[in-house]
Design a protein around this ligand. Structure first.
Ligand code: 6GU
Length: 252
């Protein structure tokens, strides 16, 4: 899979993504990352990439022409006739989630446009963007961090990027429950003991305990996820017990 990132800060994106799992996948040639500096596609002597907004107001707006020329250069490099999806990182976009990551992982090429300043001239968005995407309800200074977040999450869904063991960890999130607590040595740390069941070697009991702790955690931090949760028979029983307790406490 090929990721192309149009940005004013190419080093930020390339350096930030050459770590652990991503670095390994790039070295193995499963994914390719190409950052492209929009400034290299300016035509004026001072290499301006932005200008004042029509209608006035604070901040600057990124000019359409360097972005279009940057995009055209990427399109010429690709050896495919198919129109690629072009993702514009913006707080007004559709909110990114695991399902979108999975869907995007099926693409051969993905192009990201990182905006800055107050925004990007609407006309170039109309010409090239297929998917405006946000990574959550807060405002960041530019699209680089969101692009990196998306590339990491999408890459993990590309076959061959994760080892079998690593894939198992993502699958355990597939049931819409949050992760259960994890422990490693030592057995006692700062007077806190590792839960006994994890030392028992009883894999059935351990699986039940983990599902219950996942349910507890989801109820505490992300109760809205419980609607979609996929539970075992025993997990379902435990969840109903917890719901009854909650109703009981409401009445008290
Ligand atoms: Cl995609 N861009 C910016 N600038 N801020 C954001 C965002 C994107 N997603 C959440 N906040």
């Amino acid at each position: 899979m090929n990721f192309y990132v149009m940005t004013l800060f190419p080093e930020m994106v390339s350096e930030g993504l050459h770590t652990s799992i991503m670095g390994r996948a790039m070295d193995a040639g499963i994914i390719r990352l190409e950052t492209v500096n929009i400034r290299d596609y300016t035509l004026d002597k001072h290499r301006h990439t932005d200008d004042y907004p029509y209608g006035g107001g604070a901040g600057m707006v990124m000019s359409p022409e360097p972005i279009k020329r940057c995009y055209d250069a990427i399109m010429e490099k690709r050896n495919s006739e198919k129109k690629p999806r072009v993702i514009y990182l913006t707080p007004w976009g559709k909110v990114f989630d695991q399902n979108m990551a999975k869907e995007l992982a099926e693409e051969e090429d993905l192009i990201f446009l990182c905006g800055h300043y107050e925004g990007v001239d609407e006309r170039v968005l109309n010409e090239i963007v297929t998917d405006p995407v946000s990574i959550g309800d807060y405002v960041l200074s530019g699209g680089e961090l969101p692009a990196m977040v998306m590339i990491d999450a999408v890459s993990r869904m590309v076959p061959g990027v994760l080892s079998n063991e690593e894939s198992g960890m993502t699958e355990s999130f597939e049931n819409s429950l949050l992760e259960y607590p994890q422990y490693t040595r030592p057995e006692v740390w700062m007077e806190q003991k590792v839960p006994e069941v994890l030392l028992s070697g009883n894999h059935q009991k351990i699986a039940e305990w983990r599902e219950e702790r996942s349910i507890d955690r989801t109820l505490q931090y992300r109760p809205e996820l419980m609607d979609k949760a996929v539970l075992s028979k025993k997990g379902g029983k435990y969840y109903r017990l917890r719901q009854k307790e909650a109703v009981g406490q409401e009445k008290e």
